[in-house]
Write a protein that binds this ligand. Sequence first.
Ligand code: HEM
Length: 207
Amino acid sequence: MSTLLTTLQSIWSVGKYSLVIILPVLFLLSRSQIRSSTRDAMIQHAAEQAADNAKNGGDGEKTTIMQPARMDLLPPLDKRFTLAELALYDGKEGRPTFLSIKGTVFDVSRNTAVYGPEGSYHVFTGKDASRGLGMSSLKDIDAVPEFGDLDEKDRKVLDDWHLFFVKRYNIVGKVIDHPTLLAEERKKAEEEAAAAAEAEGETTTSS
Ligand code: HEM
Protein backbone atom coordinates (compact mmCIF):
# COMPACT_ATOMS: atom_id res chain seq x y z
CA MET A 1 0.00 0.00 0.00
CA SER A 2 2.75 2.38 1.00
CA THR A 3 4.64 1.47 -2.21
CA LEU A 4 1.55 2.40 -4.23
CA LEU A 5 1.28 5.68 -2.35
CA THR A 6 4.94 6.47 -2.93
CA THR A 7 4.56 5.64 -6.63
CA LEU A 8 1.49 7.89 -6.92
CA GLN A 9 3.29 10.67 -5.08
CA SER A 10 6.29 10.50 -7.40
CA ILE A 11 4.00 10.44 -10.50
CA TRP A 12 2.23 13.56 -9.18
CA SER A 13 5.47 15.38 -8.36
CA VAL A 14 6.71 14.87 -11.96
CA GLY A 15 3.21 15.22 -13.49
CA LYS A 16 2.37 18.57 -11.93
CA TYR A 17 5.43 20.13 -13.59
CA SER A 18 4.37 18.72 -16.98
CA LEU A 19 0.91 20.20 -16.42
CA VAL A 20 2.47 23.62 -15.81
CA ILE A 21 3.95 23.35 -19.31
CA ILE A 22 1.16 21.47 -21.13
CA LEU A 23 -1.84 23.50 -19.94
CA PRO A 24 -0.62 26.92 -21.19
CA VAL A 25 0.42 25.34 -24.52
CA LEU A 26 -3.05 23.79 -24.92
CA PHE A 27 -4.62 27.15 -24.02
CA LEU A 28 -2.55 29.05 -26.61
CA LEU A 29 -3.25 26.44 -29.29
CA SER A 30 -7.02 26.59 -28.74
CA ARG A 31 -6.95 30.42 -28.77
CA SER A 32 -5.13 30.60 -32.11
CA GLN A 33 -7.56 28.05 -33.55
CA ILE A 34 -10.53 30.15 -32.42
CA ARG A 35 -8.91 33.35 -33.64
CA SER A 36 -8.24 32.05 -37.16
CA SER A 37 -11.73 30.61 -37.57
CA THR A 38 -13.25 33.87 -36.27
CA ARG A 39 -11.14 35.82 -38.75
CA ASP A 40 -12.25 33.59 -41.66
CA ALA A 41 -15.86 33.99 -40.58
CA MET A 42 -15.47 37.77 -40.33
CA ILE A 43 -13.91 38.01 -43.79
CA GLN A 44 -16.73 35.93 -45.23
CA HIS A 45 -19.11 38.11 -43.25
CA ALA A 46 -17.58 41.33 -44.62
CA ALA A 47 -17.98 40.08 -48.20
CA GLU A 48 -21.55 38.95 -47.56
CA GLN A 49 -22.38 42.27 -45.95
CA ALA A 50 -21.03 44.04 -49.02
CA ALA A 51 -23.17 41.87 -51.29
CA ASP A 52 -26.24 42.41 -49.10
CA ASN A 53 -25.77 46.14 -49.00
CA ALA A 54 -25.13 46.36 -52.70
CA LYS A 55 -28.32 44.43 -53.41
CA ASN A 56 -30.73 46.19 -51.08
CA GLY A 57 -28.98 49.57 -51.11
CA GLY A 58 -28.51 49.33 -47.37
CA ASP A 59 -31.96 50.77 -46.85
CA GLY A 60 -33.83 47.47 -46.88
CA GLU A 61 -35.11 45.65 -43.82
CA LYS A 62 -31.93 43.70 -43.21
CA THR A 63 -29.83 44.85 -40.29
CA THR A 64 -26.20 45.12 -41.23
CA ILE A 65 -23.05 46.37 -39.57
CA MET A 66 -22.37 48.60 -42.57
CA GLN A 67 -23.39 52.23 -42.92
CA PRO A 68 -26.61 52.70 -44.94
CA ALA A 69 -26.73 54.08 -48.51
CA ARG A 70 -26.80 57.88 -48.70
CA MET A 71 -29.41 60.09 -50.28
CA ASP A 72 -27.25 63.23 -50.31
CA LEU A 73 -24.60 62.26 -52.85
CA LEU A 74 -23.40 64.86 -55.37
CA PRO A 75 -23.52 64.25 -59.13
CA PRO A 76 -20.34 62.39 -60.18
CA LEU A 77 -17.37 64.51 -61.25
CA ASP A 78 -15.20 63.59 -64.20
CA LYS A 79 -11.69 64.40 -63.01
CA ARG A 80 -8.93 62.24 -64.53
CA PHE A 81 -6.23 60.72 -62.33
CA THR A 82 -3.11 58.76 -63.07
CA LEU A 83 -2.29 56.21 -60.37
CA ALA A 84 0.66 58.43 -59.40
CA GLU A 85 -1.67 61.43 -58.93
CA LEU A 86 -4.13 59.34 -56.95
CA ALA A 87 -1.33 58.43 -54.52
CA LEU A 88 -1.33 62.02 -53.23
CA TYR A 89 -4.88 61.64 -51.92
CA ASP A 90 -4.07 59.51 -48.89
CA GLY A 91 -5.62 61.81 -46.27
CA LYS A 92 -2.26 62.74 -44.80
CA GLU A 93 -1.30 66.34 -43.94
CA GLY A 94 -4.82 67.62 -44.52
CA ARG A 95 -5.16 66.21 -48.04
CA PRO A 96 -8.49 64.63 -49.06
CA THR A 97 -8.80 60.85 -48.93
CA PHE A 98 -9.64 59.14 -52.20
CA LEU A 99 -9.68 55.50 -53.20
CA SER A 100 -10.44 53.85 -56.49
CA ILE A 101 -12.30 50.66 -57.33
CA LYS A 102 -12.13 49.39 -60.93
CA GLY A 103 -10.96 52.85 -61.95
CA THR A 104 -13.79 54.81 -60.29
CA VAL A 105 -12.35 57.30 -57.80
CA PHE A 106 -14.38 57.88 -54.62
CA ASP A 107 -13.97 60.58 -51.99
CA VAL A 108 -13.95 58.79 -48.63
CA SER A 109 -12.65 61.80 -46.65
CA ARG A 110 -15.72 61.91 -44.40
CA ASN A 111 -14.98 58.46 -43.00
CA THR A 112 -11.64 59.12 -41.30
CA ALA A 113 -12.48 56.54 -38.61
CA VAL A 114 -11.77 53.73 -41.06
CA TYR A 115 -9.76 55.41 -43.86
CA GLY A 116 -7.60 57.78 -41.78
CA PRO A 117 -3.93 56.93 -41.14
CA GLU A 118 -4.88 54.82 -38.10
CA GLY A 119 -8.01 53.30 -39.68
CA SER A 120 -8.45 49.60 -40.51
CA TYR A 121 -8.95 50.37 -44.22
CA HIS A 122 -6.24 52.99 -44.67
CA VAL A 123 -4.44 50.43 -46.83
CA PHE A 124 -6.94 51.14 -49.65
CA THR A 125 -6.43 54.92 -49.74
CA GLY A 126 -4.58 56.85 -52.44
CA LYS A 127 -4.76 53.73 -54.60
CA ASP A 128 -6.85 51.62 -56.84
CA ALA A 129 -6.98 48.57 -54.57
CA SER A 130 -9.43 46.52 -56.65
CA ARG A 131 -7.48 43.32 -56.15
CA GLY A 132 -7.53 43.47 -52.34
CA LEU A 133 -11.24 44.27 -52.27
CA GLY A 134 -12.05 41.38 -54.60
CA MET A 135 -9.92 38.99 -52.55
CA SER A 136 -11.20 40.31 -49.18
CA SER A 137 -7.60 41.01 -48.28
CA LEU A 138 -6.19 43.84 -46.21
CA LYS A 139 -2.59 42.98 -47.12
CA ASP A 140 -0.55 45.82 -48.58
CA ILE A 141 0.72 43.49 -51.32
CA ASP A 142 -2.88 42.89 -52.53
CA ALA A 143 -3.87 46.58 -52.43
CA VAL A 144 -3.10 47.00 -56.15
CA PRO A 145 -5.21 47.71 -59.26
CA GLU A 146 -4.66 44.41 -61.13
CA PHE A 147 -7.81 42.30 -60.92
CA GLY A 148 -7.73 40.58 -64.34
CA ASP A 149 -6.81 37.16 -62.98
CA LEU A 150 -9.36 37.06 -60.14
CA ASP A 151 -11.80 34.15 -60.31
CA GLU A 152 -15.52 34.67 -60.86
CA LYS A 153 -16.33 34.66 -57.13
CA ASP A 154 -13.76 37.35 -56.29
CA ARG A 155 -14.85 39.44 -59.28
CA LYS A 156 -18.40 39.31 -57.95
CA VAL A 157 -17.19 40.46 -54.50
CA LEU A 158 -15.29 43.28 -56.23
CA ASP A 159 -18.38 44.33 -58.21
CA ASP A 160 -20.43 44.30 -55.00
CA TRP A 161 -17.89 46.58 -53.30
CA HIS A 162 -18.00 48.91 -56.31
CA LEU A 163 -21.77 49.16 -55.98
CA PHE A 164 -21.46 49.59 -52.20
CA PHE A 165 -19.19 52.62 -52.72
CA VAL A 166 -21.31 54.07 -55.56
CA LYS A 167 -24.21 54.21 -53.10
CA ARG A 168 -22.22 55.78 -50.26
CA TYR A 169 -19.46 58.05 -51.52
CA ASN A 170 -19.16 60.90 -54.00
CA ILE A 171 -17.43 59.99 -57.25
CA VAL A 172 -14.67 62.42 -58.13
CA GLY A 173 -13.40 60.92 -61.37
CA LYS A 174 -11.58 58.00 -62.89
CA VAL A 175 -8.14 56.45 -63.22
CA ILE A 176 -6.80 56.80 -66.75
CA ASP A 177 -3.86 54.39 -66.53
CA HIS A 178 -5.54 51.42 -64.84
CA PRO A 179 -3.59 48.35 -66.09
CA THR A 180 -6.47 45.86 -66.08
CA LEU A 181 -9.01 48.25 -67.60
CA LEU A 182 -6.56 49.25 -70.34
CA ALA A 183 -5.77 45.59 -71.06
CA GLU A 184 -9.50 44.77 -71.24
CA GLU A 185 -10.12 47.75 -73.57
CA ARG A 186 -7.24 46.65 -75.81
CA LYS A 187 -8.56 43.09 -75.93
CA LYS A 188 -12.06 44.29 -76.80
CA ALA A 189 -10.72 46.56 -79.58
CA GLU A 190 -8.70 43.66 -81.01
CA GLU A 191 -11.73 41.35 -80.95
CA GLU A 192 -13.88 44.00 -82.65
CA ALA A 193 -11.19 44.62 -85.30
CA ALA A 194 -10.93 40.85 -85.93
CA ALA A 195 -14.73 40.53 -86.22
CA ALA A 196 -14.85 43.53 -88.59
CA ALA A 197 -12.04 42.05 -90.72
CA GLU A 198 -13.87 38.71 -90.87
CA ALA A 199 -17.12 40.41 -91.90
CA GLU A 200 -15.20 42.41 -94.53
CA GLY A 201 -13.64 39.17 -95.86
CA GLU A 202 -17.07 37.53 -96.13
CA THR A 203 -18.49 40.55 -98.03
CA THR A 204 -15.54 40.51 -100.47
CA THR A 205 -15.88 36.74 -101.10
CA SER A 206 -19.61 36.89 -101.69
CA SER A 207 -19.44 39.88 -104.10
C1 HEM B 1 -11.84 40.60 -38.92
C2 HEM B 1 -12.43 40.86 -40.06
C3 HEM B 1 -13.31 42.05 -40.30
C4 HEM B 1 -14.15 42.73 -39.47
C5 HEM B 1 -14.43 42.47 -38.02
C6 HEM B 1 -14.74 43.79 -40.23
C7 HEM B 1 -15.67 44.69 -39.75
C8 HEM B 1 -16.23 45.72 -40.46
C9 HEM B 1 -17.21 46.67 -39.97
C10 HEM B 1 -17.78 46.67 -38.56
C11 HEM B 1 -17.49 47.52 -40.96
C12 HEM B 1 -18.46 48.70 -40.91
C13 HEM B 1 -17.60 49.94 -40.63
C14 HEM B 1 -18.32 51.23 -40.79
O1 HEM B 1 -19.23 51.35 -41.61
O2 HEM B 1 -17.93 52.20 -40.10
C15 HEM B 1 -16.68 47.14 -42.09
C16 HEM B 1 -16.69 47.78 -43.28
C17 HEM B 1 -15.85 47.48 -44.33
N1 HEM B 1 -14.99 46.42 -44.41
FE1 HEM B 1 -14.58 45.14 -42.94
N2 HEM B 1 -14.24 43.76 -41.48
C18 HEM B 1 -13.36 42.71 -41.57
C19 HEM B 1 -12.63 42.33 -42.64
C20 HEM B 1 -12.55 43.01 -43.82
C21 HEM B 1 -11.71 42.65 -44.93
C22 HEM B 1 -10.78 41.44 -45.00
C23 HEM B 1 -11.89 43.59 -45.89
C24 HEM B 1 -11.19 43.61 -47.21
C25 HEM B 1 -11.78 43.86 -48.32
C26 HEM B 1 -12.86 44.55 -45.38
C27 HEM B 1 -13.32 45.65 -46.04
C28 HEM B 1 -14.29 46.51 -45.58
C29 HEM B 1 -14.74 47.70 -46.29
C30 HEM B 1 -14.23 48.18 -47.65
C31 HEM B 1 -15.72 48.28 -45.53
C32 HEM B 1 -16.55 49.50 -45.89
C33 HEM B 1 -16.12 50.67 -45.04
C34 HEM B 1 -16.99 51.87 -45.39
O3 HEM B 1 -18.06 52.00 -44.83
O4 HEM B 1 -16.54 52.67 -46.25
N3 HEM B 1 -13.24 44.16 -44.14
N4 HEM B 1 -15.93 46.04 -41.76
